[in-house]
Design a protein around this ligand. Structure first.
Ligand SMILES: [Zn+2]
Length: 68
């Protein structure tokens, strides 16, 4: 099963939404929260604190900061 495009959570069978753009690009959403944040509020996962992408990115930065 695919992961949510915005927050990165795994979609379970029978849940979530597949959003297909006219261009053919496909996005998956686990919740209305993720859908609105991406499509309506136009937020970016890398700059939204509660997403998996943000956590990964900032985990790296934290580790690099502690090494030095
Ligand atoms: Zn999500």
């Amino acid at each position: 099963m695919p992961n949510c495009t915005f927050c990165g959570h795994l979609l379970e069978k029978g849940t979530g939404k597949m959003f297909v753009y006219i261009s053919g690009q496909i996005d998956y959403f686990c919740s209305m929260k993720c859908e609105k944040n991406l499509l309506k509020l136009k937020r970016k996962p890398l700059f939204t604190r509660w997403t998996e992408k943000y956590r990964q990115e900032h985990r790296k930065k934290k580790e690099e900061a502690t090494k030095k």
